[in-house]
Design a protein around this ligand. Structure first.
Ligand code: M6R
Length: 607
């Protein structure tokens, strides 16, 4: 999605903005631009395409020390240089960048056109610049405030004016905005990664809040001019974590980080004496946790797949009825909130609009919603009633990998905690802990097969359709495998329960449509093997992900990738990793942009 960066201080603003925009690239964008305040005017540079193109076009004229920049992910108006932000008013005295969607822009635009304003772009955002110019009387803050009262929709904005050099005004309603507090310099950004190279001190804005930054200070207030006191928080991410560190792609780096990121998720959260998990941020007493009768988990995309696996784990291990639902669906079906139900919102970014809105709707109806997020200080993390951080470290590639396995880690810990409060013995708790502690090493063994997995990917990357099939907890893993493949290699893929293929998808099977089978070693193995034979009988090629030593599967499949033998509950961890690698190598083989796949954004802040 779109990204915002603003800077005021002693440095060359253009350098800071372009560097910040580079850091925001991972969010997904199609064009970019900056605006720099010169002595008494504003100078804008915009380009369609990559930041590198914008950087090349920069010259000495962009020499001011205050500016705003933007990466655009088109929603209204096609992708071109004109529609890229920043946008100016007609006299070029006010410049704005905007994330979000202005729903009533047509009406506002018509009104302005009647007054003689000429619009240069087909975006919804340009109205903001003209409205601010129209309302400006004595201060930029006042003009921005008067404009915000007219807007319907979502926004994170940064505004500057040649009339008040050295000042940037920001405001937030539905699109994140964070202030970076430096020493004699200030930043404004939609995402902390944009400012991490300069400061680790940040202040998160809430919806309905505005901020004014100058090089010396920041001032936060609400739309009624009441001062809002804010806490400065410290980001615990290191700059190296958002760099490739020798890898060509972030996705590859993040796949390989999983043994460590999973360990970070459970380390310090296991109570060995009591053989249980200790999750500090839940804000629930042991009594309240014991009284939970039902759990409902919501999420989108990969986080929804983690939610599905979480629901299988919580039901099987903790024996609590549990279900997972797409946040985009629950939001609009007027959900019934049951009194003893606990809701969990899962989101890597903590900013996904569908999940955030669903959470708010559930809270409005009286639900207690916990958040499972990776990004500290994100909106879901702050607005949920309690929750757990993934501690996965920043995930930069659009395709989620390590955040997924870290989300699983939290579900394993929750399952252990609830199970120990209910029916699990100390002995069972200890066995659980032993099993999860082995996972990082077992994933290491899967990663060590990179060459073999790349060879397999090379052989199948020409396929136009691929099926991913699994059962039980491996069914959501199949869904995740299909999502990974389609989003980064653009090969059409479908995930389904292996049992379901006979109800339809088997019609797709022929020599050209390979199937990836996930085969554990529990009671479902035999049934999945029958499905595999049905596919082979129709000349379908099979790649099997199976447990080491399963010779029968190796004999039946065309290709096999083995994962180490583990407790059956741990196979979602072990089997998703080869699927991530298969997708990664297929995309590489096809020459796709793995980290920034077309049309996708890292953090989906629009509905
Ligand atoms: O930040 P979130 O976990 O809420 O994001 C949800 C989805 O947008 C996300 O998982 C998406 O499906 C990824 N591109 C998957 O790789």
């Amino acid at each position: 999605m779109c990204g915002i960066i603003g800077y005021t201080g002693p440095r060359n603003a253009a350098d800071v903005l372009v560097e910040g925009l580079k850091r925001l690239e991972y969010r997904g964008y199609d064009s970019a631009g900056i605006c720099i305040a010169q002595s008494d005017s504003l100078k804008v540079l915009k380009r369609a395409g990559k930041i590198a193109v914008l950087r090349e076009a920069l010259d000495d004229q962009f020499s001011g020390t205050t500016g705003i920049g933007h990466t655009r992910w088109a929603t209204h108006g096609e992708v071109n240089e004109t529609n890229a932000h920043p946008h100016l008013d007609s006299k070029e005295e006010f410049s704005i960048v905007h994330n979000g969607i202005i729903e009533n822009y047509q009406q506002l635009k018509q009104g302005l056109e009647h007054e003689g304003v000429t619009f240069l772009t087909t975006t919804d955002s340009e109205v903001i610049a003209h409205l601010i110019a129209k309302h400006y009387q004595e201060s930029l803050e006042q003009a921005v405030r008067d404009t915000l009262f007219l807007l319907k929709g979502t926004y994170g904005i940064a505004v500057m004016s040649s009339r008040e050099p050295g000042k940037i005004v920001g405001a937030r309603n539905g699109s994140p905005l964070v202030i970076g507090v430096g020493d004699g310099e200030m930043f404004l950004a939609s995402d902390v990664t944009a400012v991490l190279a300069y400061t680790k001190q940040v202040v998160y804005l809430n919806d309905g809040e505005m901020v004014t930054i100058t090089s010396r200070e920041f001032r936060t207030q609400d739309l009624h001019e009441r001062i809002v006191q804010k806490q400065i928080e410290l980001i615990d991410w290191e700059l190296e974590q958002i760099e490739r560190q020798g890898y060509k792609q972030f996705m590859e780096k993040e796949i390989h980080e999983q043994p460590e990121s999973i360990k970070r998720g459970f380390q310090g959260r296991i109570n060995y004496d009591q053989a249980t998990a200790h999750l500090g941020g839940l804000n629930m007493s042991p009594q309240e946790l014991r009284e939970v009768e039902r759990i409902r988990i919501i999420g989108a995309g990969t986080s929804y797949h983690a939610a599905m696996i979480g629901s299988y784990l919580l039901e099987q291990i903790a024996r609590i009825p549990c279900s997972a639902e797409l946040s985009s669906e629950i939001r609009y079906r007027n959900p019934v909130v049951e009194p003893k139900s606990l809701y969990i919102a899962v989101s890597q970014s903590g900013e996904t609009a569908d999940t955030l809105s669903a959470m708010r709707e559930l809270q409005r109806k009286g639900a207690r919603v916990l958040g499972i997020c990776n990004v500290v200080g994100s909106t879901i993390a702050r607005e949920s009633d309690g929750g757990v951080y993934l501690h996965s470290g920043p995930e930069i590639a659009v395709a989620s990998t390590k955040a997924f396995t870290s989300q699983l880690t939290i579900f394993y810990l929750l399952s252990l905690m609830f199970a120990r409060q209910r029916h699990y013995s100390v002995d069972e708790g200890q066995q659980f802990i032993q099993a999860i502690e082995k996972v990082p090493e077992q994933i290491g063994a899967v990663l060590a097969q990179a060459q073999q997995i790349q060879d397999i990917a090379r052989r199948y990357s020409g396929a136009r359709n691929v099926l991913f099939l699994g059962r039980g907890k491996l069914f959501p893993v199949a869904l995740e495998g299909a999502l990974k493949l389609k989003e980064i290699s653009y090969i059409h893929a479908e995930g389904c329960s292996a049992a379901e293929i006979k109800h339809g998808p088997i019609a797709l099977i022929n020599e050209e449509t390979p199937s990836v089978f996930l085969i554990g070693d529990d009671f479902l193995r035999e049934k999945v093997l029958s499905n595999l034979k049905e596919v082979k009988a129709r000349k379908g090629k099979v790649i099997a992900i199976a447990v080491e030593g399963d010779q029968e599967v190796a004999d039946l499949a065309d290709d096999v990738i083995f994962v180490p033998h583990a407790w059956e509950c741990m196979y979602p961890y072990l089997m998703v990793v080869p699927l991530q690698m298969l997708s990664f190598y297929c995309a590489l083989e096809l020459g796709c942009n793995v980290d920034q796949p077309r049309n996708l954004a890292k953090s989906v802040t629009v509905e």
